[in-house]
Design a protein around this ligand. Structure first.
Ligand code: NDP
Length: 324
């Protein structure tokens, strides 16, 4: 099969298209023909060496496609079924393995390209809005990188829960996209806390969703209302330096959490519930999915460059059947 492999950490150029042996499903595993791959920021952290991984490696964990073969002991799923997962080993490929219990069946109304674009960012937006500190009517939240893949979905789910949303993004075009997704206000990165205080009559917001990290952490803390919650869920600008918990006390008994999706899809029931919700909302068109672009597998390096350079709004999808 064709797959993207990296033999060393480094820039996007370490991602190369190679022909490698087809994977064989072991006990409890399922082999899937990957029709669409979701590109995620974590693969940039792994490629650059920020998050350590074993090498050589085929990147990617998110994808959707058709079941080809079952490993020993797998029941309840048949070859030909349309499935998606965020737990593939090496999704940047024509074929990939996932544990059977990490696969989610797809409703007819959702294509494999949509599913690959939705699963990871959609379930992330879901747990951020519904489970870290569940948003409720009357809450106002601040969403950073609001026109990104997670951001556009998070705005919609926050609104769905009755919250008001202040969106922060780096350009007029991105701010317009955040407003079109339902944000009540859109601001830039200059003077974030001042803007938030201005828009909340001085009170600050109940929640900040910060995936930018190093460059925004201080402004995020300064934007919170008393007893507010900072949900730091990414570090697109780099890791946040060590932090004194006493700051949380000084600034108004704040809460800080640094969550990850795996802990909010820890059981099969929770995975199916979260995936079922977001797939259902896309199927009934109450959640709008934005696919920035679809690229061939051979353009994986280009996809990383686009995502890391803030040039995208919405999801990047690799499609193995596209010629590149
Ligand atoms: P996005 O589509 O949001 O792309 C990243 C965005 O971050 C950019 O478009 C840009 O938006 C903003 N950004 C701000 N500063 C920088 C910078 N220095 N370099 C690059 N981008 C920057 O990506 P995703 O939706 O895939 O992911 C969003 C974040 O969520 C990532 O940090 C990711 O790690 C995190 N994440 C966390 C999960 C978890 O469970 N903890 C799960 C999934 C994602 P702008 O130009 O508007 O600033």
């Amino acid at each position: 099969m064709r797959a993207i492999r990296m033999h060393t950490t480094g820039g996007p150029e370490v991602l190369t298209l190679e022909t490698v042996p087809d994977p064989v499903p072991g006990p409890g595993q399922v082999l899937v023909r990957v029709e669409a791959v979701g590109v995620n920021f974590i693969e940039i952290y792994q490629r650059s060496g920020l998050y350590p991984i074993a090498l050589p490696s085929i990147p990617g964990s998110e994808g959707a496609g058709t079941v080809v073969a079952l490993g020993e002991g797998v029941t309840g799923i048949t070859p030909g079924a349309r499935v998606a997962s965020v737990a593939f080993t090496g999704a940047y490929a024509e074929l990939a393995l996932a544990p059977a219990d990490a696969l989610v069946p797809l409703p007819d109304a959702v294509s494999t390209r949509q599913a690959a674009a939705l699963m990871l960012q959609g379930m992330t937006a879901h747990y951020l809005a519904c489970a870290t500190r569940p948003l409720a009517p009357g809450d106002t939240c601040l969403v950073l990188a609001a026109a990104g893949g997670v951001g556009l979905l998070l705005i919609q789910i926050a609104r769905r829960r009755g919250a008001r949303v202040i969106a922060c993004a780096s350009s007029d075009d991105k701010r317009a996209r955040a407003l079109a997704a339902g944000a009540d206000f859109a601001i830039g990165y200059d003077a974030i806390a001042d803007e938030v205080r201005r828009l909340t009559a001085g009170a600050g917001v109940a929640l900040v969703y910060d995936s930018v990290g190093r460059t925004t952490f201080e402004a995020s803390l300064a934007s919170l209302a008393r007893r507010g919650t900072l949900v730091l869920f990414g570090q697109a600008s780099g890791p946040v330096p060590p932090f004194d918990p006493q700051e949380l006390n000084r600034r108004g008994s704040l809460f800080l959490t640094r969550p990850k999706l795996g802990d909010y899809t820890a059981t099969r029931a929770e995975l199916l519930e979260r995936a079922g919700d977001v797939l259902g909302w896309v199927a009934d068109e109450s959640l709008r999915l934005t696919i920035d672009r679809e690229l061939p597998l051979s353009a994986a390096a280009q996809a990383h460059t686009l995502l890391a350079s803030r040039a995208t709004s919405g999801k990047l999808v690799l499609v193995p059947s596209l010629e590149g």
